[in-house]
Design a protein around this ligand. Structure first.
Ligand SMILES: Nc1ncnc2c1ncn2[C@@H]1O[C@H](COP(=O)(O)OP(=O)(O)OP(=O)(O)O)[C@@H](O)[C@H]1O
Ligand SMILES: [Mg+2]
Length: 399
């Protein structure tokens, strides 16, 4: 999962050994940045409080009780290595700064002079990639237009991965979300139920809310009554994705084809984004627009995998033209096979359950490689700038 620098929950802070004046200055400095306790606790209570509250930051009164402050830091480095420690003093002193740094204080601040530095370190602590290595791979599937196969691809890819991994599918398509019906599961709690509690969502709450598909995919669905859902809040979406990435090895997200602020957040934190298009002019033109949008969001091309769905011999647009006009290699294609696909959807089954040997089933199972192997999406032969004289040049360029 990618880190993003956008607003999330405020940092939580524990204050130790600060007098009333110091408390007042901290409050003034961090009002917008952090959730502050009403009082400062004693050195004796500090370790148990930090263990209990798991704050992002501990601010310690340094000058009045230097020895206690040094001893506390040494203990916290061992007990709570992820917490950011800040020493606060009433004057700057080279020796004290050095002593503080040696035992693990990240910053030594004197207020109000160092107010902006304190704000920065507290802000950064809230975004610290605490346990990033342990987080699962976050994958978005986004359609270049509606009805193009986004949900089909997302749910089948989830089912493929679930054979050997813990997989959750988040239906983030707030407009048309139908992953539950595609997977033929009955949603328990929906995303709509979880988002208002997003700041408290953890692994247990997720496993209590998902519907479990036969393939072992855990599905967090949209409510049937989609009218109820308002525009999604990116902070809430972030927290649900973050909790999912902590609890599952793969987080697959059906973004749909409409990009709101929540979808932008989901795309931004994704390790891999599968952009689904089709070999027709509108779908390719819209894929171009999506690529432009992702470029604006700062998403590198290396994260994007272009998939062409419903490919056939009679496709209107040749694959080579799609690649050259989008300036991107096609990572995978899926053949157009209405008979097999519609039978699967109507019977609430996976395509492989209808006909494992079919080309469409094989195409889908080879999508797994996009998530497990490195892929270079750059099309070396394609124009790097906007297409100049290509087949679609009149359609593009103003995306
Ligand atoms: N490879 C394929 N071959 C044949 N038909 C397909 C294929 N992929 C998708 N379809 C058809 O397209 C329909 C829409 O698929 P799907 O629901 O996955 O699209 P979507 O992009 O999620 O749509 P929506 O915009 O409604 O969310 C399917 O019901 C199926 O009939
Ligand atoms: Mg869909």
């Amino acid at each position: 999962m990618r880190n993003v620098g956008t607003a999330r929950a405020a940092a939580s802070v524990v204050l130790v050994g600060l007098d009333a004046d110091a408390m007042g200055m901290v409050r003034e400095t961090l009002a917008a940045e952090a959730v502050l306790p009403n009082s400062s606790i004693s050195f004796g209570d500090a370790i148990s409080a930090v263990k209990r509250q798991r704050p992002d930051v501990v601010i310690v009164g340094f000058h009045q009780a230097m020895d206690a402050a040094l001893a506390l830091a040494q203990a916290l480095v061992k007990e709570s290595p992820n917490v950011t420690m800040v020493a606060m003093a009433d004057q700057s002193n080279a020796e004290a700064i050095l002593a503080a740094m040696r035992v693990g204080y990240k910053e030594f601040v004197v207020l109000p002079d160092d107010a902006s530095r304190l704000r920065q370190v507290v802000h950064d602590a809230a975004y610290a990639p605490d346990d990033d290595d342990e987080k699962g791979l976050v994958v978005s599937v986004i359609g270049s237009k509606g009805g193009i196969g986004t949900t089909l691809i997302c749910s089948h890819l989830a089912a493929e991965m679930a054979a050997i991994h813990r997989v959750i599918l988040l239906d983030l398509d707030f407009a048309m979300g139908d992953a539950a019906s595609m997977m033929d599961v009955v949603p328990k709690d929906t995303l709509h139920d979880l988002l208002p509690r997003a700041d408290r969502v953890d692994e247990r709450m997720l496993t209590g809310s998902v519907a479990v598909h036969r393939s072992k995919v855990h599905v967090l669905a949209q409510p049937n009554d989609v009218d109820k859902v308002e525009e999604s809040n990116p902070d809430d979406i972030y927290m649900v994705i973050n909790a999912s990435a902590k609890g599952y090895q793969y987080v697959l997200m059906d973004i749909g084809s409409y990009v709101d602020a929540g979808a932008e957040m989901a795309l931004s934190v994704s390790d891999i984004i599968i952009l689904v298009t089709a070999p027709d002019v509108i779908a390719v033109r819209n894929a171009f627009r999506r690529l432009k949008l992702m470029e604006r969001l700062g998403i590198e091309k290396e994260r994007i995998r272009l998939v062409v769905n419903r490919q056939s011999k009679t496709s209107f647009v040749p694959l080579a033209d799609i690649q050259s006009n989008l300036g991107m290699k096609i990572a995978a294609t899926i053949v157009d096979d209405p008979k097999t696909v519609d039978t699967a959807i109507n019977e609430g089954k996976l395509i492989r359950d209808i006909n494992r040997k079919s080309e469409v089933a094989e195409n889908i199972s080879s999508l797994v490689a996009m998530l497990t192997s490195d892929f270079d999406g750059e099309d070396d032969e394609a124009p790097k700038e906007e297409p100049a004289g290509g087949f679609f040049s009149t359609l593009f360029g103003r995306g």
